[in-house]
Ligand binder design. Structure first.
Ligand SMILES: *Cc1c(COP(=O)(O)O)cnc(C)c1O
Length: 377
């Protein structure tokens, strides 16, 4: 390999300084910037590959399967799935975990209908297209939670087919949590015995286990599979996440592949072996106590933001146990500067670990200076 040319070096330097500038105004997207994985740099010199099922052997020896299993056990404990029932793997992010859950559901119930609210992440509609599953979009309430009456009615008229519910554990725009205890009541009332609940817990899957009064979010509450993002609340330079489920479901789809000596239970073949190391290191560094503090700090800043915005005359609000602060959509220059996420008439900021009260104060000042905002396009 040759030395880097000056022009190549320059391109990298420019990119790095652009990222550094942007990092100071990063409020809209749910990715924590506050992490340090420098201890893992030496591993970038190996062909690390976690191809195959982390709970089975692989012929590809430079893998981090053992570390990956530890990561899955940490998340599995968090989501209260007994170790002997637990299966999972480290994904490329929330979408892959959602697709995995929907894949299992479809294999268990090939004629099932997927129900999801209109506030559900855009990945779900795509996944139902890829998997060619029947699906019905359900109305949402104003706060972003599924409309239980509309859900009941839709399931009622399709009582003859299995119901697959895609539950939001923290919607993308409003941080709303669907109450699966109410969804299970609907199944019971209508005597729908063939059902499956997948939890899209991209962000709030790492919030609810650490608060005093969480909404239902564990396997004990009736979930059959759960997807949690790693690069969001925890933070990582490479997108990642975990898919968790019961091993009995996975046994239904497993195939063994002689060439790589693995069980082919994951969606992709070759898999990232570095991201399991990152999640493992994050767990080593935080532990339950560290995450509890991180989450408490995030929710404090979110509460501060709502209060501070409201006292400045900006009608901001948030859902229970959510770090997502919703307010009227501001002008484009403010959205761009703070990298806020807009949707129709609203925008949000998310008080990830790196977000400070000072930044909230500054943004509030700019919002007030900008005055009342035009209605949605
Ligand atoms: C971010 C997000 C996803 C998708 O995660 P990716 O990592 O971008 O694939 C899914 N659902 C919700 C609610 C999200 O916020």
């Amino acid at each position: 390999m040759t030395e880097l040319q000056a022009t190549t070096r320059q391109r990298l330097d420019e990119l790095e300084s652009r990222f550094e500038d942007l990092a100071g105004h990063f409020l809209g997207y749910p990715t924590n910037q506050d992490f340090d994985y420098s201890a893992l740099l030496p591993f970038l010199s190996f062909n690390v590959n976690n191809v195959g099922d982390p709970f089975h052997d692989s012929n590809f020896a430079t893998n981090t399967h053992e570390i990956e299993r530890e990561v899955i056990r940490r998340f599995g404990d968090l989501m209260r799935l007994p170790r002997e029932d637990l299966w999972g793997y480290v994904t490329n992010g929330g979408t892959e975990g959602n697709m995995y859950g929907m894949f299992l559901a479809r294999e268990l119930f090939p004629d099932g209908i997927v129900y999801f609210s209109e506030d559900t992440h855009y990945s779900i509609l795509k996944i139902t297209r890829v998997l060619r599953t029947r699906n019905i979009m359900i109305k949402s309430q104003e706060n972003g939670e599924v409309d239980y009456d509309d859900l009941r009615e839709s399931i009622r008229i399709n009582r003859d087919v299995p119901a697959i519910f895609m539950a939001n554990i923290g919607t993308t725009m409003k941080g709303a949590v669907d109450d699966v205890s109410r969804v299970r009541e609907i199944f019971d009332d209508l005597a729908v015995t063939r059902h499956y609940i997948h939890g899209d817990a991209a962000l709030s899957g790492m919030i609810l286990p650490f608060v005093d009064d969480p909404q239902p979010h564990t396997f004990e509450d009736g979930f059959d599979s759960i997807s949690i993002s790693g690069h969001k609340l925890i933070g990582a330079p490479i997108p990642c996440g975990v898919a968790l489920t019961r091993n009995e479901y996975v046994a239904r789809i497993a195939r063994s592949v002689e060439y790589v000596g693995v069980m082919d239970t994951t969606l992709t073949g070759s898999r990232n072996g570095i991201t399991p190391l990152m999640l493992w290191l994050a767990w080593e560094q935080y532990g339950i106590e560290g995450f509890t503090q991180l989450v408490a700090g995030m929710l404090d800043v979110a509460a501060y933001a709502v209060e501070h915005f409201n006292s400045a005359g900006i009608p901001a609000w948030r859902n229970k146990n959510s770090a997502t602060v919703v307010f009227p959509r501001p002008p484009a220059d403010i959205i761009e500067k703070w990298q806020l996420a807009p949707y129709e008439g609203i925008a949000h900021l998310i008080t990830m670990g790196h977000v400070t009260r000072d930044q909230i104060d500054q943004l509030a000042e700019e919002l007030v200076a900008a005055g009342p905002v035009a209605q949605p396009a």
